[in-house]
Design a protein around this ligand. Structure first.
Ligand SMILES: [Zn+2]
Length: 347
């Protein structure tokens, strides 16, 4: 960005292009699993969490490596064309790294540590040779105590933790609910329930000076927010993925609770396994009841800051190489998006 200004008359100037709409810096998708793109349309919507997990397990062996890579490539191209400039991407394997390496989109990859019987990060270490890739724990219910703490204390990159997506996450610590019952039927025991709640486990495990992205937040309460915010000195980012929540459970985060607390809200699409598209504009349309400048900040500057890219991306400022997109077909009187709004990349 060389200069930003206002002109009374541009029509006579050579080389000027006109666009009807609003110019925005490239959008930041704060939470995605691009490697799951081959699962588009494979899992029935609104089946709940158990049906979703079973659906992923059932369908993931039906595809060849080539089909998986092609789906990843197409998802990456589409995100770029629709104005995305950076992605916070979760990885369980290396299948997406070649696409990401050749993409104009900047990716921060969170190599996800997952599984109650996972005792070591050894299997994930090869992933850490890829650029801008660091370890992150999946959630507060899927890792035992020692390895969760180990991952939270290793390095200084931001963490991205699935957090309070379903009521079962809290109920597990209270000895009941869907997760608790499922673990009992599998004979799995948890050694971390003494933390009393997911929020308390996070603050007992993550150093205060480490930035963390908490993803989903459907069941977050004021008390959870108080516990988290009284601990961290580094910024905490609260990522909402409304399309995915709608697809899996129909639950919704209390966004006004997050706003009232003045929290840093970001926007993510989650994966094509649990969303009809990876369109950030589709996510923004789901947030249309909130002020447009606010939701655009969530989808640009806040996402860039969360990924550690705030010095170059997310803001229209002189000196930044933030990319440019145009969002059109707005309702200018109400200052909202409309069903017809589109977002496309200019630069
Ligand atoms: Zn996710």
């Amino acid at each position: 960005m060389v200069d930003i200004g206002q002109w009374e008359r541009l029509d006579a100037m050579e080389g000027v292009e006109f666009y009807a709409g609003i110019l925005v810096p490239a959008l930041v998708n704060a939470h995605c699993h691009i490697e799951l793109s081959y699962l588009e349309g494979q899992i029935e919507p609104r089946g709940g969490f158990a049906a979703f997990a079973a659906g992923v397990a059932r369908t993931r062996n039906l595809f060849t490596a080539e089909q998986m890579e092609e789906a990843i490539r197409q998802a990456d191209v589409k995100m770029w064309q629709e104005g995305v400039g950076a992605v916070g991407d979760i990885a369980n394997g290396v299948s997406a790294f070649s696409v990401k390496a050749n993409s104009p989109i900047r990716y921060r990859t969170f190599a996800e540590v997952f599984g109650l019987r996972t005792a070591s990060i050894e299997a994930l270490e090869p992933m850490l040779h890829y650029p801008e890739t660091s370890l992150s724990p999946h959630s507060t219910y899927s890792l035992q105590d020692e390895i969760f703490k180990q991952v939270c204390c290793k390095g200084d990159a931001p963490l991205s933790i699935h957090f309070m997506e379903s009521p079962g996450e809290r109920e597990l610590y209270e000895g009941h609910g869907a997760l608790s019952e499922w673990y009992k039927t599998q004979g799995w025991e948890c050694d971390f329930l003494h933390y009393a709640s997911p929020a308390e486990r996070v603050v007992a495990s993550v150093p205060a000076e480490r930035s963390v992205m908490l993803v989903h937040n459907c069941c977050v309460t004021q008390r959870d927010i108080d516990v988290i915010m009284s601990h961290f000195t580094a910024p905490v980012y609260w990522v909402v993925c409304l399309g995915s929540n709608d697809y899996i459970s129909g639950l919704k985060p209390d966004i006004n609770l997050l706003r009232r607390n003045g929290l840093n809200i970001c926007v993510g699409t989650d994966s094509l396994a649990s969303n009809g598209s990876l369109s950030m504009l589709a996510e923004l349309k789901r947030l249309n009841e909130y002020p447009l400048d606010e939701i655009l900040t969530w989808a640009t500057a806040n996402g860039a800051d969360a990924l550690g890219y705030g010095d170059s991306l997310g803001r229209l400022e002189v000196g930044k190489r933030c990319g440019l997109a145009v969002i059109d077909a707005l309702d200018y009187d109400k200052q909202t998006l409309t069903d017809r709004s589109t977002c496309r990349r200019l630069v």
